[in-house]
Write a protein that binds this ligand. Structure first.
Ligand code: FAD
Length: 302
């Protein structure tokens, strides 16, 4: 397996390649065992070659953006982690309101570009870490807004390295969810914004930043909200009302700032986080009769 990997990467792949990589270095939680291989495709061709190679050798692959919404189990990831946060970093303006945005662009950089151009649509991402790719796949949102409102469509590379395009309707956007076919990697997102008064946009962004600072500024590594908000309810409030702030398992702890955040106090393992999540689900169900559904993606081997 090692020799096959090495030959391919030397001969056909332009991007950086790392072997036996601790996933804790690539997730905002700072948790996760080693990935066998992490490859950073630089363009469509690199990605196409990589997916072809993985499929021809029957190696599994997992797509990673900024790693701010994933929990990697302690056994790590077998196969290849396709890290999309290094290449695909360009924003190409099609006209004064529409752009094709690489999935590797950081949300903060997209917001800055929109602010500079007096464009409205993504003010709500202020303070959300991660890449445009991860945000679109998760249909990230805040304060009543979601990524889906600015997405016209997504260019992707899929199985056997085949290129394609999904319209926003075909993406199947739902609350923190899309229907991208399994094994499909988003590469570029077609986005449309609206013109607005730059001062109003700045005020909006500042108010979201202040709200975030007041409600969820957490000093330890975390992955944002752990559970989805059930219909008409707020997960953080349910967890708080079930008396779970400060609840601990190993070094994983329910934040006392935002009850839907689990923080890593230093040496938390994925096992600690998953045990704490199970406790939260049990207690919230017992006290409030609501079964919480995880928002974070849990991947890798036990
Ligand atoms: C402090 C903090 C605050 C947060 N606040 C919010 C918030 O307010 N609202 C919110 O919605 N989220 C929030 N999050 C969660 C997270 O930041 C967002 O979901 C973010 O958009 C994920 O982007 P990412 O690049 O880190 O994705 P990752 O975590 O790397 O990946 C997320 C998912 O997308 C898939 N994926 C990533 N890139 C691609 C691609 N190119 N093609 C196909 N699949 C891909 C991955 O396989 C994974 O399933 C927060 C997280 C933190 C740590």
């Amino acid at each position: 397996m090692g020799v096959q990997y090495s030959l391919f990467f030397i001969q056909r792949f332009k991007g950086k390649v790392l072997f036996n990589v601790p996933m804790s270095d690539y997730t905002s939680f700072k948790i996760g065992g080693p990935a066998d291989v992490m490859a950073f495709p630089q363009d469509n061709n690199d990605l196409k070659e990589l997916l072809n190679f993985a499929e021809s050798k029957r190696f599994k692959y997992y797509v990673l953006g900024g790693g701010s919404n994933v929990l990697v189990r302690d056994g790590g990831i077998r196969g290849i982690v396709v890290n999309m946060a290094d290449g695909f970093g360009e924003i190409t303006w099609v006209d004064d309101m529409r752009a094709v945005v690489g999935v590797g662009v950081r949300l903060g950089d997209l917001l800055k570009e929109c602010l500079d151009r007096g464009l409205s649509g993504v003010e709500f991402v202020a303070g959300i870490p991660g890449t445009v790719g991860g945000a679109v796949i998760m249909n990230a949102g805040a304060y009543g807004f979601e990524m889906k409102s600015v997405v016209e469509g997504v260019e992707f590379v899929g199985r056997k390295g085949k290129k394609g395009f999904l319209s926003a309707a075909e993406m199947g956007f739902e609350y923190r969810k899309t229907d991208m076919p399994k094994g499909t990697v988003a590469v570029r997102v077609h986005m449309a914004f609206t013109k607005s008064d730059p001062q109003k946009i700045t005020e909006m962004v500042d108010s979201y930043r202040r709200r975030r600072k007041a409600t969820s500024l957490v000093a330890f590594p975390n992955a944002g909200s752990i559970f989805k908000n059930p219909e008409e309810r707020i997960a953080g409030r349910l967890i708080d009302e079930a008396g779970l702030k400060g609840e601990r398992c190993g070094d994983a702890e329910v934040s006392d700032v935002h009850a839907n955040y689990i923080i890593n106090r230093g040496t938390a393992t994925a096992h600690d986080v998953l045990s704490l999540m199970a406790t939260i689900r049990d207690k919230v169900y017992k006290h409030k009769g609501v079964l919480l559904e995880p928002e974070i993606k849990v991947v890798g081997e036990v």
